[in-house]
Design a protein. Structure first.
Length: 482
């Protein structure tokens, strides 16, 4: 187990909000020995004592429920070095010696190529590991380039492309529930399941993240990584083991089976929108375009929805809908598995028959099964709900990720070919959106999102919408012929 963690970009929000509390939780659970050391690095002029005060302040806000002794242990283990993390000499001084280190790149993804190159020039001690946050690259080409640079730095087994969704116990419960219960796995296919919704809707608006979010948007920030990872766990074939090779092979199989969207598919089965001014929980929220730091000309979406189909024996005919939005009326974070209706009801039963739905609550944690049964009136069907509340996780998601990094278990990290396949799936969508084939809709902050789609494509059925669709599809056809 590696005993030294070096965090590049150590004074950023990611480090304070997630990494420091995760280390405190690991200390409290007895996973970190007395010899563990934390080195923080950034461009800021800080002393080690000032860095320790910074850590203590964040832990007081984000890890108040962790025993004080564990928080003090994190603070005492820390030292700080000012460094330009893209400069090989600064990086070499930061690493120091021949002891293997775990390097966490808590940095803007745009810096990853330069930092990886600096690390290669500086040289890493044998056995070291490198951790990168999502998004991994900005598109398919940049992901391939970054993979090539990493391959020159360390073996693939030492690269941890982390996605904290995979370490959430509620997300892992999707796989655990279907594989550990005979009543579910025989039904887990397109014969019985009509559609699967993977949703991460938030009432939170931009909340000061314009510097990052306005250059990314909902599709890249949530759908391309987090929600596609959940899709893999929902749709994968049962792995022989949960070891890194078997688990990640099966996830890649899912991504490879996703049918590539055509331009027609993108127009009719994807949506993008951004919130306008409104009220959320009694609070006035300005339109996204008027938020500080936003460039309205970018046309960044705060809502993205994509429908995908898988070309596989198990899933042919099932729709997978991935959706994420900000500034909505209420939080909805779940995987909803909707089963097909029964083929026949006995004569004499009355009442509307709702589909059976199995819901995995991602935040808050929970498991719900919607069924139909006979109610108080004989022969009259009514809806039934079975609910199970899950116990809180032993470790926060980032605690589990850091423990895996220090122990060298990459099972919950994303392999290089998997990262590329995820970009392959959504490249046609990104391309079509950039060409304006799908209009950028609007929805009031505090609403349920954009208006329901009309039968011919996204958005309400209006004359302007129909004219827009005819125009873009005609233009696309002309370009393809030329």
């Amino acid at each position: 187990m590696i005993g030294r963690l070096v965090v590049l970009g150590a004074t950023g929000d990611l480090s304070g909000r997630f990494l420091m509390p995760a280390l405190a939780a690991l200390h409290a659970a007895g996973h970190l020995g007395e010899g563990f050391r934390l080195t923080g690095a950034s461009r800021e002029e800080l002393t080690t004592e000032e860095f320790r005060e910074w850590i203590n302040d964040w832990l007081g806000r984000q890890a108040a429920d962790v025993p004080a002794a564990a928080r003090r242990a994190v603070v005492a283990s820390a030292d700080y070095q000012r460094a330009d993390v893209t400069d090989q000499e600064d990086v070499r001084a930061l690493i120091g010696g021949d002891e293997p280190v775990a390097l966490y790149l808590a940095l803007p993804p745009s810096l990853f190529p330069q930092v990886v190159s600096a690390l290669r020039s500086a040289g890493l001690p044998a056995g070291s590991r490198v951790v990168l946050e999502k998004p991994f690259g900005e598109d398919l080409d940049s992901a391939r380039e970054l993979n090539a640079r990493l391959a020159e730095l360390v073996p693939e087994q030492a690269v941890f492309r982390v996605d904290h969704f995979l370490a959430m116990t509620t997300v892992q419960n999707v796989l655990g529930s279907r594989l550990a219960n005979r009543v579910l796995e025989p039904l887990w296919n397109s014969t019985h399941i009509a559609e699967v919704e993977i949703v991460w809707d938030e009432s939170l608006a931009l909340e000061g993240r314009a510097g990052y979010y306005d250059r990314v948007g909902a599709l890249k920030d949530m759908v391309q990584n987090h929600l596609l990872q959940v899709l893999c766990l929902v749709a994968m074939e049962p792995p022989v083991t949960l070891g890194e090779r078997d688990l990640r092979d099966r996830k890649v199989d899912v991504l490879r089976s996703v049918r590539m969207p055509t331009e027609y598919d993108v127009v009719h089965r994807t949506r993008r929108a951004r919130y306008s001014a409104g009220r959320i929980d009694g609070r006035e929220v300005p339109s996204y375009a008027d938020e500080e730091g936003v460039d309205p000309a970018r046309g960044t979406e705060t809502f993205a929805e994509v429908e995908l189909e898988l070309d596989s024996w198990r899933w042919a005919g099932t729709t997978f809908r991935l959706r994420s939005g900000k500034g909505l009326r209420a939080d909805r974070k779940e995987v909803a598995v909707r089963f097909r209706p029964v083929p026949h009801l006995p004569f004499g039963h009355t009442g509307e028959v709702a589909p059976n739905v199995l819901r995995f609550g991602l935040e808050p944690e929970g498991l719900t099964l919607d069924l139909m049964g006979t109610g108080a009136r004989s022969g009259h069907l009514t809806e039934l709900e079975l609910f199970a509340e899950l116990e809180p996780a032993e470790l926060p998601a980032y605690g589990r990720l850091l423990l895996d990094v220090l122990r060298g278990d990459p099972a919950l990290s994303i392999r290089g070919d998997e990262a590329e396949q995820a970009w392959r799936v959504l490249t046609p969508v990104l391309t079509a959106w950039e060409r304006g084939l799908v209009p950028l809709e609007e929805y009031p902050a505090g609403s349920d999102g954009p208006a329901p789609r009309h039968p011919y494509g996204p958005g309400p059925l209006t004359r302007d919408a129909l004219l827009h669709e005819e125009t873009v599809l005609g233009t696309a056809a002309d370009e393809s012929r030329s």
